[in-house]
Design a protein around this ligand. Structure first.
Ligand SMILES: Cc1cc2nc3c(=O)[nH]c(=O)nc-3n(C[C@H](O)[C@H](O)[C@H](O)COP(=O)(O)OP(=O)(O)OC[C@H]3O[C@@H](n4cnc5c(N)ncnc54)[C@H](O)[C@@H]3O)c2cc1C
Length: 456
């Protein structure tokens, strides 16, 4: 018999991947839940069905291999009892080492499970204001306009973003330090020190690079993302000047990058002491110092083109891209200032954020934050200590990253090994990629089991 209530213990806003998982977790912990989903009454522009947990693009939830970052994330989700991962496995289609699903079957199964749950009531309405009672906000990258306004009032407008502008992130150990060198942003540091890695370019190298950049293939924007282009072409300067795609900047004139993100102020060639013509700077992106982002290189080029064109930069010939750049319509909050690693909102402890809106990328990452927010909202209401997962687990590391990332260029992040504490060298030298992945997985498993034993 249904025990749903007009005064539920918890409200979940958004019946996407994060909201669906969150509602199921909270209900399993004993809460009554009202889940608000605005579709089909209000459309997002990307979803095409009325199902909950619709996959908007690819039908793959990423690798299922434990030695890969997204495989480890799924393993942890299994250990933590994710409902959506189980339903994904039941809806799987053959996809080699990946977990891909029949998208309709998957979303239908999630919808059926939620709609038939005795403790969950699905309300097909747009939530326009943040409720005054315990709530999980999981309204996703395409959050409705009115709810966005209410979120902006809660967070402050400067802490809510409507587009991501992601620059590529590179593995530090793949940079050729025989060509690149350390320094400060606008200043040569002494003795090969400094926070930035500088990739120097001669005039010829710069011109060849700019040529390749301008003619490289770009990702075609969807209708609801056209503002990115309109902002650029129609001159909506207040939004876009600070984060124009690098290729659009390059089109404005051959020298615009040399006087913009590639300007080499205060930097000299290591061996000759000659002033640089241009420079690409890499800035540390994680505490472990294993990842570096390309400063000012937000881009909308296709991923293969990013690899081809950015590897033309001296020092990056063999760069391994941990994340490619991208620009999307994407509503997300500035989690480093607003959220605890438990996903609890600092200024109102009865609010939790989950999914893409808290700054996590990728289907499985969004399910993971939904799971944590659902469990923690229940623990909050039941006066239990909230879960803060170990930072050696992929889910714990993602939550640590989004709540502690550098203020200057916070952008959504997906699961990757660079977020985890580094793995020590083996006796016989550095572990290879696969070996390193397996070691991360083993450590995550040990720490998660120990943590759950103590905190069940
Ligand atoms: C076009 C596009 C393509 C993407 N492709 C991929 C991909 O291929 N692979 C990948 O890993 N990630 C992809 N992502 C990123 C991300 O993983 C997905 O968007 C994912 O669905 C986000 O999960 P979520 O639960 O945060 O949001 P969603 O799954 O979008 O769910 C949010 C839900 O909230 C509802 N909602 C919004 N506002 C309100 C409101 N005011 N009241 C009530 N309900 C509301 C929406 O209708 C929606 O159902 C894509 C994102 C976009 C926008």
């Amino acid at each position: 018999m249904s025990i749903v209530s007009s005064f539920p213990d918890l409200i979940v806003v958004g019946g996407g991947l994060a909201g669906s998982e969150a509602a199921l977790q909270a209900a399993q912990a004993g809460l009554t839940v009202n889940l608000y989903e605005m579709r089909p009454g209000v459309e997002t522009g990307a979803h095409v069905t009325t199902y909950l947990a619709e996959l908007v693009c690819s039908n793959s939830l990423g690798s299922y291999e434990i030695e890969k970052a997204s495989g480890l994330l799924k393993k942890e989700l299994e250990i933590l009892g994710s409902f959506l991962i189980e339903l994904a496995k039941e809806s799987a289609v053959p996809a080699g080492g990946a977990l891909a699903v029949d998208r309709d079957l998957f979303a239908r199964r999630v919808t059926d499970m939620i709609q038939s749950h005795p403790k969950i009531r699905v309300i097909r309405e747009e939530m326009t204001e943040i409720p005054p009672s315990p709530t999980i906000i999981a309204s996703g990258p395409l959050t409705s306009k009115r709810l966005s306004e209410s979120i902006a009032t809660l967070t402050g407008t400067k802490h809510l973003y409507f587009f991501d502008a992601i620059a590529p992130i590179i593995q530090a150990e793949s940079v050729n330090m025989e060509i690149a060198f350390r320094g400060q942003r606008y200043d040569q540091a002494d003795g090969g020190q400094g926070d930035y890695i500088n990739c120097p370019l001669t005039k010829e190298e710069y011109e060849t690079f700019v040529e390749a950049l301008i003619s490289a293939e770009r990702i075609r924007l969807k209708d609801f993302e056209k503002q990115i282009e309109e902002g650029v072409t129609a001159g909506a300067k207040e939004y876009f000047e600070g984060c124009l795609p690098i290729e659009v900047m390059a089109c404005r004139g051959k020298q615009s990058l040399a006087f913009g993100p590639m300007k080499p102020i205060g930097l000299f060639r290591q061996n000759t002491g000659k002033k640089l013509y241009a420079v690409v700077q890499l800035r540390q992106d994680n505490l472990a110092g294993s990842l570096y982002n390309m400063v000012g290189f937000q881009t909308n080029l296709t991923f293969p083109e990013q690899k081809r064109v950015f590897r033309m930069i001296p020092g990056l010939e063999n760069a391994i891209f941990e994340r490619f750049g991208q620009m999307h319509r994407n509503t997300f909050i500035f989690s480093p200032a607003l959220l605890e690693p438990t996903l609890q909102f600092k200024n109102r402890p009865d609010i939790f954020f989950a999914g893409q809106i808290c700054g996590v990328e990728g289907y499985a990452g969004n399910i993971a934050t939904g799971l944590l927010a659902g469990k923690n909202a229940a623990r909050y209401i039941q006066n239990k200590t909230l879960l803060r997962l170990p930072s050696a687990t992929m889910i714990g590391a993602l939550c640590e990253y989004i709540t502690h990332a550098d203020e200057k260029d916070f952008q959504p992040m997906k699961a990757n090994f660079g977020l985890l504490p580094t793995i020590k060298k083996l006796n016989n030298g550095k572990p290879g990629r696969k070996e390193r992945g397996l070691m991360h997985a083993e450590r995550s498993n040990q720490e998660l089991s120990a943590y759950l034993k103590e905190n069940s």
